[in-house]
Every structure is written in C-alpha cells, then in structure tokens.
Design a protein around this ligand. Structure first.
Ligand SMILES: Cc1cc2nc3c(=O)[nH]c(=O)nc-3n(C[C@H](O)[C@H](O)[C@H](O)COP(=O)(O)OP(=O)(O)OC[C@H]3O[C@@H](n4cnc5c(N)ncnc54)[C@H](O)[C@@H]3O)c2cc1C
Length: 508
C-alpha cells in the first residue's frame, strides 16, 4: 500500500501539506505527470516547461535527500494512477487544489471520478489564499489573513520510499505540436533561485520597489521577480508573505521610510495574487468568455489579422510597444505596467478581442498563471464591467518610463541612431532627417499600424456607443462587483456609495 503525493503547481517540499500528510501515513510515492495534451494547448509553451523541468530537477534532489526520489511519468494522470494502483494499491492520493485552465479543471474532474471509482480517498489542500466553493467575497480578506498567518510546515523528516522506476525528464524535446519559441533570457527554475531572489529582494533590491516597478528599465531589478516561482510553487506564497512581514517588523529606523512603503506595496501584490486567482476559481469560464456577458459582441466580429500580426511580432511601428513585445519574446517576463499596456493596446488601439492576444501572452509568459492572467486581460480590455477603463497612451508611457530611449534602443536596435527626444515618435522625422540618420520609416522600421491618438479616440467612442442606454450593463456590473470585487476601501476614489470599484492598476 502506498500514499501518492501528486505534484502539480507546487514544486517544493517546504510548507507542502499534501507531502506532509502522505508521509505521516506510510510509504510515499511523490508523482509528477508530464501531460502531453496539456503541453499542446495554445496557452502553454516550451519556455514554461523548461522552467518547470528545472524546478523538478531540484525537487527530485530534495525528495531524494528525504528518502524517496520523485517519480516522473508521461501520459494521462488517470492511466498512470491506474497502473500504480494495480502495482502497489494506492491507499490515498494527496495534492494541492489547482485553479488552472479549463483543461486542468477537466482533468481534475476525471481524477476525482477515478478516485471515487477505485475507492481511493483524494485529499486536496488549499494553495495559498484561494478558497474553494467560496460563498461570499465579504469574508475573503479575513480568510486570506488567517491562511497567511498559519505556521509554515517544515518538510517531513523522512519520506519512506517505494520501489518504482524514476522516469525521464528529457522527453518533451521529442514531442511535436507545442510552442517551442526560444527564450534565451528566461529566468532559471528551481527553489534555490526563488529563495535567493526573495532574500536579495528583502535585503537590498526591494527598497525602491514602489518607485521603480512601473518602468521596464528598473522593474527587472527592483521587482521581486518571484512570479514564475510562485506560479509553479517552487516558493510558496505564505513563505513570501511571512518573510516580508518579518522584514517589515524589523524596520525601525526613521530612514526606513522607503522600505516601509515599498514592502507595503509589495504585500498588496501578494494579496492581489490570490484575489485575482479567486475570480477564475469562482467563475472558470472567464478563460473563454467575457466576465461581463453584456460586453459580448463588443469586439467579437472585428478581428484584424494584420494588426494582430504586427502586435505579435513587435512591428506595430510604435517603438515602446514593440520594445516591450520583443523583450517578452526573449525574456519571458515584463513588468506589470507594460503587460497592461500591451494588452490594452491590442484591445483598444487595435480593437482585437482579448482571447487571441491573451493566448499569445500566456505562451510568452514563463510565469503564466491562468487566474491572474485572464482576470487581468479582461480588466485591461474593458470587459469586466467593474474596472475603470484605462487606455494607455503608448507615447506618453514611452516618454515617462523610458525618457532617454535606452529601453527602446536595447530592443529595437534599428532605431538606434535616432536622438533621445525623437525616438518615441520616429514617424514624425522628416524625410530628410530619416535619410540623414539612415533610418527610413517604412523601410528600416514600420510606419505606425494605427494613428494611436485617433485609434484611442475611436475606441472611446465605440465604447460610449456600445454602452449608451444600456441600463442592463450597470445592473450586471453591480452583481459582478458583489461576486468578484475587492472589499477594500480606496479612500477618496470618487466612487458612488455602495458601488465600490475594483482594485487600482499598479498603484496602491
Ligand atoms: C495582462 C496581464 C497578464 C498578467 N499575467 C500574469 C500571469 O500570467 N502570471 C503572473 O504571475 N502575473 C501576471 N500578471 C501580473 C503581473 O504583471 C506579474 O505578476 C508581475 O509583473 C510579475 O513580476 P514580479 O514577480 O517581479 O512582481 P512583483 O511586483 O514583485 O509582485 C510579487 C508577486 O505578486 C503577484 N502580483 C504582482 N502584481 C500582480 C497583479 N497586478 N495582479 C495579481 N498578482 C500580482 C505576483 O505573483 C508577483 O510575483 C499579469 C498582468 C497583466 C496586466
């Protein structure tokens, strides 16, 4: 008889309830299943798998030290459980609850049916602060606080083993049909790298977090960069919250003001992490449909493939937008503000429905976390009904976040010779200036795919017309606010009483 600790997006031994419970009950088989069908989905990619594989390598070593190496299998989870059950008899299955995409939801239902059919008890434990079958958002923040304050669980002292072939990590390179776009500058996976980032963030990198996270030039250093480690659970959210609180409690000097403000902002993000995932947990179809169904029909009929292609390849002719997209292809990460701008530019200026752009971004993000991703995408596309619509001006963002054009030059080198002040709008250079600089718009770099000011104006007008006379939209928005909205007060936000709006963007 064995206990199976089934690993999913929780690739650690620290603060790992399923592993601890399984180890208490007898010989444990820690299992990770490489699910081929998952890796063929349009929101998954090799860069994510490569990060996970590095986490699995470390997890295997850590479990080996505890007494039982990680068992890797390839295929469908139910087939694999079936085979293990025949060989060893599974006494119990232990895992974390997963708030994933529709595919993993369906797979979990199949596993549930398998477990019931074979009388194998399946014990699932909450991940971080997301609450399954949440009755009301009213008490959610209290739930979150309680969970975050629970003591961290140390790894079991020993995981007594099971004789089983270990399996092989390399096979994905032989699989066809999944996204293989190279990502040479992506973050390395594994718990050690995540813990090192947490330590460096709390000891020195995080001091300027609050002022630095909006610019792609500074956010990479001053942001925590923990997102992929949190997304695949190499580092647990509770560990990060508790380490941050400990650090905050030790800030006593009057010169610690910047630290205090930065760590308070950082803590809000850790809270948002679960706040956004909770939305997908409560309403899984937001991966596929507008959160506010009253916005159905806003963009569905208008998909322009050429505009999408320009955006996808970083060739819109708007240097700052293109620089962000090109960075994402190479690094698999970009800061929040730039993700929001990319999504909003696709939705408003290019008037593309969020689904296709959202799938591309999901594949490009190493840290793809469906609950955050789809909630944010919809928020940046104006289809939630509870968020203020924010149409980012890409030139204003460029001037504010990259005044000297350093970031643009790094990612769009063909614009390199253009002087600082002119690089944000190269289409304004005269023909003679273009010739002198050796950068001809339309030849060396595209002309803008849209006039961004006109496109933003047109988007506002479309939205206005769509909403005109639609009292039903307002009624539904109130229901969405009650179901998904934050209950945190936002001070003088100008929001009507009883109609508290959702969280702000990248400011507290
Ligand atoms: C369109 C869009 C899609 C996004 N998709 C993802 C995604 O798939 N995976 C993902 O982890 N983040 C996503 N984000 C949120 C955010 O951009 C990233 O979490 C952040 O940039 C990661 O960098 P960091 O770890 O340095 O963040 P930090 O600023 O150091 O924040 C610490 C952690 O808090 C959480 N967090 C930060 N900002 C947010 C936020 N706005 N909403 C919810 N949680 C937040 C993340 O877990 C992050 O790792 C998305 C944002 C947008 C606008």
């Amino acid at each position: 008889m064995i206990q199976v600790a089934w690993y999913k997006r929780d690739l650690r031994t620290h603060d790992h309830h399923p592993l601890v419970e399984a180890a208490r009950r007898g010989p444990v088989l820690p299992l990770y299943v490489i699910e081929e069908d998952y890796w063929r989905l349009p929101d998954t990619s090799l860069r994510q798998w490569s990060f996970i594989a590095e986490c699995l390598g470390e997890l295997d070593a850590e479990l080996g030290r505890l007494g039982q190496r990680l068992v890797l299998r390839r295929g469908s989870v139910t087939d694999i459980l079936d085979a293990l059950h025949k060989r060893h008899r599974i006494a119990g299955l232990y895992s974390h609850e997963e708030t994933g995409n529709a595919w993993t939801y369906g797979r979990d239902q199949a596993v549930g049916a398998w477990a019931r059919g074979h009388a194998v008890p399946w014990q699932e434990y909450p991940q971080a602060g997301v609450v399954r079958r949440l009755a009301s958002r009213d008490a959610w923040a209290r739930h979150w606080e309680r969970r975050m304050a629970e003591p961290l669980l140390p790894p079991p002292e020993r995981v007594s083993g099971v004789r089983e072939d270990i399996g092989d990590l390399d096979w994905l390179t032989t699989l066809r049909g999944y996204d293989r776009s190279p990502c040479p500058l992506r973050q390395r996976g594994g718990r050690a790298a995540g813990v090192a980032l947490l330590e460096s963030f709390l000891s020195h990198r995080g001091e300027r977090y609050r002022s630095d996270i909006s610019s792609p030039l500074t956010a990479a250093r001053s942001g925590s960069r923990l997102s992929p480690y949190l997304a695949y659970g190499a580092v647990g959210l509770r560990e990060v919250v508790q380490a941050t609180r400990l650090r905050l409690s030790r800030l006593r000097s009057p010169t610690d003001g910047a630290w205090r403000k930065s760590l308070a902002s950082f803590q809000s993000r850790l809270h948002w992490h679960c706040h956004f995932i909770q939305k997908l947990e409560d309403q899984p179809d937001i991966e596929l449909r507008n959160l506010h169904r009253g916005y159905d029909g806003l963009r569905e009929g208008d998909f322009d493939a050429d505009r999408f292609e320009a955006w996808r390849t970083g060739r819109t002719g708007l240097p700052f937008v293109d620089a962000c997209m090109r960075m994402l292809w190479q690094e698999g990460w970009i800061n929040f503000r730039m993700r929001a701008m990319l999504a909003a530019f696709a939705s408003y200026h290019l008037w593309l429905h969020w689904r296709e752009p959202g799938l591309l971004l999901a594949r490009l993000f190493v840290d793809y976390e469906p609950g955050i991703h789809y909630s944010q995408l919809q928020m940046q596309s104006g289809t939630t009904g509870i968020n203020t619509n924010r149409i980012y001006n890409p030139v204003k963002q460029s001037l504010e976040q990259d005044p000297s054009g350093e970031f643009i030059r790094r990612w769009v080198p063909e614009l390199g010779p253009i002087p600082d002040g002119r690089i944000h709008e190269p289409w304004r250079l005269t023909a003679a200036e273009q010739r002198d600089l050796g950068v001809v718009i339309g030849r060396d770099y595209p002309a803008p795919v849209v006039d961004h000011l006109e496109a933003a104006k047109a988007a506002r007008e479309r939205l206005r017309r769509f909403r005109q006379g639609r009292n039903d939209l307002r009624i539904e928005s109130r229901a969405i606010q009650a179901r998904h909205g934050s209950r945190r007060r936002r001070g003088r936000s100008g929001v009507a009483k009883g109609q508290q709006r959702e969280l702000p963007f990248d400011r507290d």
